[in-house]
Design a binder for this molecule. Structure first.
Ligand code: SF4
Length: 266
């Protein structure tokens, strides 16, 4: 059972210091997908809930209209610290109401989700001047997915979602993000999605605070063979794993004419 409340906010639009973005829109505080590695769990401190990350959701509300002139030619991401198509969206529709306001804007809009609910809003994406819709996939194995991203839609559903978006003429992005050391096989993900993905975005798994503990527990119980690698990267900080991976990604994508962006290197 997920605790639910409302959060009144001044504006859905928030300026961000995140690299390569100008604004972010997070329609909810909290995310029921409950990914073990979720860096957004620090958002718990912005909520009155005492429940842990993944066990509460605040539905944002405001009467303020989004100032579409302010975001002309600006990069706006929906979302960075929640999934805008989490299961509560089918009931509350906050993301859809926000997109309705953005339809005529000239912002450069990126949407990212793990959910096929995004297909509901194809009619709005089709009216937008600049929009790309991304689905994140860090692994193909459904069993590992069910342990690392317990409440999120299956990988099969996500792949199907990308296919449908592309067939409807929407620009598609596959976020191989985060790259989970020893688990993410980016080449395999590209192989099964490249026919309907326009661009790939990569980011690395950063681990700190409580989600570092959760990931280390997962590795200890499920993938003991990876303990030395995780120790080297996250404890001793003596590994260039992500730099080497970025080189491999660069070579692979250039050789195969794949459009890509490695966020942690740009
Ligand atoms: S979908 Fe994204 S925001 Fe939601 S729990 Fe997973 S990583 Fe966090």
């Amino acid at each position: 059972m997920i605790a639910q409340d409302y959060a009144r906010v001044k504006d859905y639009l928030n300026k961000t210091k995140l690299k390569s973005l100008d604004y972010v829109i997070n329609p909810y505080v909290g995310c029921p997908h409950k990914c073990l590695y979720c860096y957004a769990s620090y958002m718990s401190s912005f909520s009155k809930h005492t429940e842990g990350w993944g066990d509460f959701i605040d539905v944002k509300c405001t009467n303020k209209k989004i100032n579409v002139f302010k975001i002309k030619n600006k990069k706006v991401m929906i979302s960075t610290v929640t999934d805008p198509y989490n299961s509560f969206e089918s009931e509350f529709g906050v993301t859809r109401k926000i997109l309705e306001q953005l339809v005529k804007s000239e912002a450069l809009i990126s949407v990212v989700t793990k959910s096929d609910l995004v297909l509901r809003d194809i009619d709005l994406f089709k009216q937008m001047k600049h929009v790309e819709v991304g689905v994140s996939i860090s692994m193909l194995d459904e069993v590992i997915k069910s342990k690392l991203e317990p409440n999120s839609p299956s990988i099969v559903q996500r792949i199907e979602t990308l296919k449908v978006l592309k067939s409807e003429g929407i620009k598609t992005v596959c976020y191989i993000s985060p790259i989970i050391p020893g688990i993410t096989d980016f080449e395999k993900i590209i192989e099964v999605t490249k026919d309907f993905v326009d661009k790939y975005v990569f980011d690395k798994l950063d681990l700190r605070s409580s989600f570092k503990t959760k990931m280390f527990n997962f590795i200890k119980h499920e993938r003991k063979d990876l303990i030395p690698l995780y120790d080297a990267i996250y404890i001793k900080k003596a590994s260039d794993y992500f730099e080497k991976t970025a080189d491999v990604i660069t070579n692979y994508c250039n050789k195969n004419n794949i459009k890509y962006n490695i966020n942690y290197r740009s």
